[in-house]
Design a protein around this ligand. Sequence first.
Ligand code: TYD
Ligand code: MG
Length: 463
Amino acid sequence: MAKEKTLFFCKDCGYEMSKWQGQCPGCHAWNTLVEAPAGGRGKRTASTSGRRNTAAGASAPTKINEIETQEECRHETGIKELDRVLGGGIVPGSLILVGGDPGIGKSTLLLQTCQLLAAKERKVLYVSGEESARQIKMRAERIGTFTDSLYLYSETCMGTILDAVEELSPEVMIVDSIQTVFDENIDAAPGSVSQVREITGTLLHLAKSKNITIFIVGHVTKEGNVAGPRMLEHMVDTVLYFEGDKTAMYRMLRGVKNRFGSTNEVGVFEMRGRGLAEVPNPSEYMMQGRLENESGSVVVCTMEGSRPFLIEVQALVCQTSFPMPRRTAVGTDYNRVNLLMAVLEKRLGIRLGDCDAYVNVAGGMRVVEPALDLALVAALFSSHHGRVLGSGTVLFGEVGLVGEVRAVSQAERRVAEAVKTGYDTCILPESNKRSILQAGNLDVSGMKLIGVKHIRELLEYFA
Ligand code: TYD
Ligand code: MG
């Protein structure tokens, strides 16, 4: 028998080579190449050639104007926060990857999705390679009641799963998780690059040929990549990440790729005793427990995709008792905090060189957009001088090295969110203020807009 051919794959980008080498020519990462049999793909040539045709949906080149599109081909799941991230609902025949740390709530979210879809008489198959059917049932009992349209299947062999799909013909299918399912034709451990590749390919073919919506659960590696190989992300239609601090109650579902909608949308959930609950108004939620009129605390309006959030930014600046001052930044970029402290020193003449500084974006969220700058500067100044901003004040703006306050995107949305949440003053870049007033789309009668050009101008608004 001929020796089975093996290839080398990059764990990160999926680059394929016949020889091993230290650095991947595709993504230039070191030590990411692993050996795996090229087998599975060769053996399946009959099905792969079929896959090629059906996946494309047409077997010959067709004029663009002759191709019919189906507009209303979307099913709402009933979970509004999920529908928002998906771009309005699930598209039949699409492959959706849900990634996230273990324990963040991926299985819970998908089981709740199954519950609602099954309640609408859609046939759903939940395949779990991680938990037994009884364990899933126990979780389901915490969540609520289910109809008979939901089928549970505890199985890890791809061939057996395909047989079950053939027999059941579900409309929606969940594979929890991709790392536990294996193809018996491939001589590699479940979760390895070649297995994940092949299984995803098979699922893609299944989704397109039978018009089944398939959700794939993928665990995130330490580097933050789903399943190690990034190519998993290239193969699927939609990639959603479920993230959040496990100690914080809320969870955020973020769309990072979506062939059927806009990306960068976020859905916010809260983990409760009876499953995940939607958080329709995150700004109010994030502000819970905030102490007003305390120095070192300000409120920023940040954007996640097209969604505005009000978040508290805290700073604590105090004389250091160490030879080297200590600085930490939780929930934002450490280097940005250091840079802004240097701007404060140089442009406002505030001595911070012998101060410890601790910065925290409250609520466990991570914000790295430039609009946070002005809030960081304000919080650092407030803590250092022991002066406070009015409790109804929100601020946002990018700060440059000269101390200038630069315009940021979607200013109108940010101000609208502040108005909606009941704030009465907004400090923002002067040019943003001008364009909001010129456009005149927003009713700002109850809101005092303060435009600033330089961080110097900010100081007079502290009490
Ligand atoms: P799970 O959904 O299994 O996470 P993943 O599939 O991403 O690994 O579990 C999420 C965590 O949430 C788990 O530690 C238990 C907890 N949990 C609740 O707090 N309330 C609930 O109603 C459920 C079902 C789980
Ligand atoms: Mg799970």
